[in-house]
Design a protein around this ligand. Structure first.
Ligand SMILES: *[C@@H]1O[C@H](CO)[C@@H](O)[C@H](O)[C@H]1NC(C)=O
Ligand SMILES: *[C@@H]1O[C@H](CO)[C@@H](O)[C@H](O)[C@H]1NC(C)=O
Ligand SMILES: *[C@@H]1O[C@H](CO)[C@@H](O)[C@H](O)[C@H]1NC(C)=O
Length: 309
């Protein structure tokens, strides 16, 4: 009798393990064994072990994407309809060098002779140079601005409830996230634009804004990285789910970047890294300038898409 109960319990345990041996935060991972170990291919026969209880570090994600792109494998969601904005995915991507914990190495060369320095989000913050370029340390991104455009809604959004709705949605979807980091939310109903500032105190190394922003970028562009890619980043407000259709991420680092202004824009993921003190004025100017130039943006995107195909 005791043996039977034990056997049943073992069977139960095995069943439960099989159920949960999967990687919710990385759909391309392979999981196996007891205890469950998940890995993902980041090179020919190079398996990167993953901690699937957390968001996968962006550096590993970029390696996976580069590897899959090289192999001609899809980097898109299986179920997600490709949308016009989906092409932006490859822009700004390179094959990064990662630390063993998933941090970016401060110096990146994309397997070429040309190198540059990046911030903790892996985004270039210096001009490109040769292999001898010096990058003393990895400079932390402590502020990201998410400029989201939402799809048309039936009832106008209640702007004063938006901040809480966004913070909740971020916490639900990207886990282990301190809601107080969602500091400012601006809303422009005519442009359907929501501007979200997510900031952490300078010196804070507990939270990583880059991973959260990267997962959100993928979610909005209909290429979710999560195993369950039917769910999306969708704030809920006044009984209405607000679906996003575009996102632009700006990065602000703890130290100002050193590249020349003319190299500042370019690519779809526009990258602005500004002096902390100049930032408020600067970004406001940009915000309004961009709204005026929305038409130009659209044209630029269309022509880039044409060259890609
Ligand atoms: C995996 O991530 C979770 C959540 O961040 C953390 O609590 C845990 O310590 C991590 N496990 C390992 C082995 O690093
Ligand atoms: C990195 O190299 C790949 C090809 O190896 C190229 O497609 C990509 O544009 C490069 N990215 C950067 C940022 O240089
Ligand atoms: C908008 O949201 C605020 C805060 O949640 C609430 O106090 C207010 O009544 C809402 N207004 C409308 C018109 O629903």
């Amino acid at each position: 009798m005791g043996i039977w109960i034990a056997l049943v319990l073992v069977a139960f345990a095995a069943g439960a393990a099989a159920q949960t041996c999967q990687c919710n935060t990385m759909k391309w991972a392979t999981c196996d064994g007891t205890p469950c170990v998940c890995t993902v291919l980041i090179g020919e026969n190079v398996k990167q072990p993953l901690n699937c209880s957390a968001l996968i570090p962006k550096c590993f994600l970029m390696k996976v994407e580069m590897y899959r792109a090289k192999k001609g494998q899809s980097v898109r969601g299986a179920g997600g309809k490709p949308v016009e904005s989906a092409f932006v995915d490859n822009d700004g991507i390179y094959d990064p060098d990662c630390e063993s914990n998933g941090n970016f190495k401060a110096k990146q060369c994309n397997n070429t002779e040309e190198c540059w320095c990046v911030n903790s989000a892996g985004v270039r913050r210096t001009d490109k140079g040769d292999k001898n370029i010096k990058c003393d340390k990895l400079v932390e991104t402590h502020w990201v601005r998410l400029q989201l455009t939402h799809k048309p809604v039936t009832t106008p959004l209640n702007a004063s409830g938006l901040k809480a709705a966004i913070a909740n949605a971020i916490q639900t979807r990207y886990g282990n996230f301190d809601k107080s980091m969602v500091q400012d939310v601006e809303y422009d109903a005519d442009a359907r634009m929501i501007v979200v500032d997510v900031k952490k105190p300078i010196g804070n190394r507990q939270h990583d804004l880059a991973n959260m922003a990267y997962y959100m970028e993928k979610d909005v562009k209909v290429l979710p990285l999560f195993k369950n890619d039917e769910l999306k980043f969708m704030p809920s407000l006044g009984g209405q789910n607000v679906e996003m259709e575009n996102i632009l991420v700006y990065y602000v680092d703890e130290e100002p970047p050193t590249f020349t202004m003319k190299n500042l824009s370019g690519g779809i993921i526009a990258v602005i890294v500004v002096v902390v003190l100049a930032v408020v004025a600067g970004l406001l100017v940009l915000f309004f300038a961009q709204r005026r130039q929305k038409r130009m943006y659209k044209q630029a995107q269309t022509s880039e898409m044409a060259t890609m195909s």
